[in-house]
Design a protein around this ligand. Structure first.
Ligand code: PEP
Ligand code: MG
Length: 873
């Protein structure tokens, strides 16, 4: 295979092979934008290197040829002593992983070529600054030396000065110090051979694919672990050549709101990573108009070209070398959830995309984020400062000052806000653990901002008035207010405000829209348009899991087309528990019937309320499911109570308690999820299911337009269903009520014998919670906290099968049930009511296998509607 592509050979559709950066550099090159020449080493080469522990045959030679071509084009050789070509070696995977992998700049410098560079540029300071940067980056990323050693040495030299105040002599001295660090730490000299520098840097980039922070980031973002990264070798252009040079990052639209306008940061006389790393504070991009009007106008033109070309918001990195603009990167930019909706509809209005495409540009996860609550009145809280509103949302928690501490406290169930001067990729674990991120330095394109936006995590950055002291674990706000580790603060990612103490939260405008408020602001109008389009595109109906009239009513406001699961056991708790105890304690048929008779009117009332809230829409009521002992007191508590009472009063313990204790012991199960529950209860406790069916029938007669469906849980054999069905049909006929009778498919045997079960069922509803539990043999109540973390690390699965349907295993059973069920009964109605019904990926799967509806919790209904629409495109 061909392992190396010149920028003129690639294009934006080759991301799998060239990575995002390489593919887009090629694309920009080909549309005539000013990109420094270079080439890309493919992800395929990386995958070979990682799996075989060495470079593939032929790669070396190919790199040599492309380097020679680059040298010929530039008229100078890599590291040539009197006029060196310098290159950067940059990582670039298919999916952007901001700052997670390595990049080395200024490759080709050594003790000789630094003099050539100084002479050619007429700028000693610049040459030595570039050389010290090379040793520093190379030392840290390629040779694995602790970066702080270099930073400390530089800080010691700088004293109170800025890095731009260091002169050529200072920097030359720093180079000697840095070389000393390399010698001391690695036992060898900094490699002077330019090609060796380049080859080692390429390997380091490949290796960085498996750096711990990269692995963590991929897991968080669900990026497959086996893609590998490409490597881009690019002729250097220099932003650190003096005041007429600089480097910057920009977005073609505001990634927070979608509004069009100039949005970016610029840093004069600086190179590459300085901007994102927040080393010095940047200036807003608008100031470039004053600094260099020509480059500014060219940049705006290029941004417009890119938006038209990509038909989307793009972000860019650029460098200005002595007034000349160069493009170093572009990609379709990350954006906040709000901006995603706004931009999608803006692009429709600008004629760049149609509504179908707009629907593909947003996700259910983004919609869910927009439904998050935000801060209510903040009057009672002291505002400490206002930083930049880098990633929206509202978060309150204890201030922590290191990633480790964030992870530790979050592990104890505490909400934490990670407070840093600036974040770097090593803070990733803490950012994931924290509810929000607050930094005192860096702009809206800083690492903290970009990563937080990608995660949908609240972030306020660049709150410059705060003095953050990570060693003392505290920060000081204006007015001398000190916030120590553990003190509660609240941050508003929408406004940038930082408050002392916990601020109460309120519903978001998007949530209020789903509650029925009119669509007034731009975002809500955009959501409304896209939801309307999703509803017209989707084939799947969306129902709710709800078992109170209030939940049913909310679900209906959110667009539910019925109830897919009403869990009746939730109606037996609270004060009614005693009636269930009576049922369990009954020793004669008369006692049992009396207990059931007491429950029936209550159940009738429950169903009446729900049918009323859902008038005209189908309501699937599931007969009682969980093991009975769940309604009884805890064995230990009760045993202690009985023992104490007996001790106090001889034999005088309450007789009911003693009988209860006997019942608890009798009903105790080693493995209750596999025990006496679901249809098995119905077949062993006479009258229980009949009572429920009668209550349904009575309620259905009371409410006009009630559409009851009766669902039997945990069926594994058609015989179970037939027995229950016969009794239920009798009761319904007697009451003169029509109701469909169907079953859950949540035991693997039910899926495997679906053809038979469909003889007795008018509908199936996949109970994927139990179906996953029983297919994997994973206790749904225990395993996620016990060992799923390890399983995710080991790559047994990329996401918990309780979150997203395991397509190969559980999904296979579902396919079998769909196919064989429909073969028996072509008009069999099919749905899903496990938690997966509100999970975006699972909704797509349900669409693919031909279900009729998904059912999920009321708050997930909008997400399911949106994803069902996307699935249908
Ligand atoms: C299921 O098992 O997926 C289901 C919906 O039932 P429950 O969660 O009540 O067991
Ligand atoms: Mg179940």
């Amino acid at each position: 295979p061909k392992y190396v592509y010149d920028f003129t050979e690639g294009n934006k559709d080759l991301k799998d092979l060239l990575g995002g950066k390489g593919a887009n550099l090629a694309e920009m090159t080909n549309i005539g934008l000013p990109v420094p020449p270079g080439f890309t080493i493919t992800t395929e080469a990386c995958r070979h290197y990682l799996s075989h522990g060495g470079m593939p045959d032929g790669l070396e030679g190919e790199i040599g040829e492309h380097l020679a071509a680059l040298e010929a084009r530039m008229g100078k050789r890599l590291g040539q002593a009197d006029d060196p070509l310098l290159v950067s070696v940059r990582s670039g995977a298919k999916f952007s992983m901001p700052g997670m992998m390595e990049t080395v700049l200024n490759i080709g410098l050594n003790d000789d070529s630094v003099l050539g560079l100084a002479k050619q540029s007429g700028n000693d300071r610049f040459a030595w600054d570039s050389y010290r940067r090379l040793i520093q980056m190379f030392g840290k990323t390629v040779l694995g030396i602790d970066g702080e050693l270099f930073e400390d040495a530089m800080d010691a030299l700088k004293g109170e000065r800025d890095d731009t105040d260091l002169d050529a002599a200072d920097l030359q001295r720093l180079v000697e110090t840095f070389k000393g660090i390399v010698r001391e730490r690695t036992g060898r000299d900094f490699p002077a051979d330019p090609r060796e520098q380049m080859d080692l840097a390429v390997r380091a980039v490949f290796d960085s694919w498996n750096a711990p922070r990269a692995i963590l980031y991929r897991r968080q973002e669900r990026i497959p672990a086996d893609l590998g990264t490409a490597v881009n070798v690019v002729a250097m252009v220099f932003g650190n050549m003096g005041p007429d040079s600089g480097t910057g990052v920009a977005f073609t639209r505001d990634p927070g709101s979608g509004r069009q306008g100039v949005y970016g940061d610029y840093l004069r006389n600086a190179q590459g990573e300085d901007v994102v790393a927040g080393i010095r504070n940047t200036v807003p991009l608008q100031e470039l108009e004053t600094i260099n009007p020509e480059a500014y106008r060219e940049l705006l033109d290029i941004m417009a070209t890119l938006e038209r070309h990509y038909r989307d918001l793009c972000d860019i990195e650029f460098t200005i070398e002595r007034g000349k603009l160069w493009m170093l990167q572009t990609r379709v930019g990350k954006r906040t959830a709000a901006a995603a909706f706004c931009i999608a509809t803006q692009l429709v209005d600008e004629g760049l995309i149609d509504m179908d495409e707009a629907l593909t540009r947003v996700t259910g996860d983004q919609l869910a984020q927009l439904m998050f609550p935000r801060f209510a009145a903040t009057a009672g809280n002291r505002r400490l400062t206002t930083g930049m509103n880098a990633s929206p949302g509202a978060a309150a928690g204890r201030a922590v000052f290191s990633s480790e501490r964030a992870v530790e406290l979050a592990g104890q169930g505490e909400a934490v806000i990670l407070v840093r001067r600036e974040t770097n990729p090593d803070d990733l674990a803490g950012m994931i653990a924290a509810h929000g991120v607050l930094t005192s330095r860096g702009g809206k394109t800083s690492h903290a901002a970009v990563v937080a936006r990608g995660m949908g995590k609240t972030c306020v950055c660049g709150a410059e008035e705060l003095e953050v002291d990570p060693h003392a674990r505290r920060f000081t706000a204006p007015g001398g207010i000190v916030v120590n580790e553990g003190d509660v603060i609240s941050i508003d990612g929408g406004t940038g405000a930082v408050y002392l103490g916990e601020v109460p939260v309120t519903a978001s405008p998007v949530a209020r829209y789903f509650e029925g408020e009119p669509a007034e602001d731009e975002l809500v109008r955009a959501v409304d348009r896209i939801m309307t389009h999703a509803d017209s595109a989707r084939r799947l109906a969306v129902r709710a899991n709800a078992d109170t009239p209030e939940d049913a009513a909310r679900a209906r406001r959110y667009g539910a087309q019925g109830i897919g699961l009403c869990r009746t056991e939730h109606m037996f708790l609270g004060e009614r528990r005693r009636l269930v105890e009576d049922l369990i304690l009954a020793t004669t048929p008369e006692e049992r019937q009396a207990a059931l008779d007491a429950l029936e009117p209550l159940q009738t009332g429950d169903f009446t309320g729900i049918f009323t809230a859902m008038r005209g829409l189908p309501v699937t009521i599931r007969l009682i499911d969980p093991p009975l002992h769940e309604f009884l007191p805890d064995l230990t508590d009760l045993a202690v109570k009985v023992a104490l009472a007996e001790e106090r009063a001889g034999e005088g313990a309450d007789d009911r308690d003693r009988r209860l204790l006997d019942a608890v012991k009798r009903l105790h199960e080693q493995n209750p999820m596999l025990g006496l529950r679901g249809v098995r209860l119905g077949l062993t406790i006479p009258g229980l299911f009949a009572m429920q069916v009668r209550a349904i029938a009575t309620a259905a007669r009371r409410v006009e337009d009630a559409r009851a469906e009766i669902m039997i849980p945990l069926v594994g054999a058609v015989q179970e269903l037939e027995i229950v069905r016969e009794e239920a049909e009798g009761i319904l006929a007697e009451a003169g009520v029509e109701a469909a009778i169907g079953t859950m498919i949540e035991v693997p045997r039910a899926a495997l014998t679906a053809g038979q079960i469909a003889e007795a069922a008018e509908f199936f509803s996949f109970g994927t919670n139990d179906l996953t539990q029983m297919t994997w043999g994973f206790s749904r109540d225990d395993v996620e906290s016990a060992f799923f973390g390890r399983y995710l690390d080991l790559g047994v699965f990329g996401v918990s099968p309780f979150e997203s349907v395991d397509r190969e295993g559980v999904g296979r059973l579902m396919r079998i049930a769909v196919e064989e069920g429909r073969r028996t009964r072509p008009d069999l109605k099919l749905g899903i009511c496990g938690e997966h019904g509100g999970d975006p990926d699972s909704v797509h799967f349900c669409h693919e296998i031909g279900l009729d509806y998904v059912s999920c919790s009321p708050f997930r209904i909008p997400v399911a509607r949106l994803e069902a629409g996307r699935a249908a495109l």
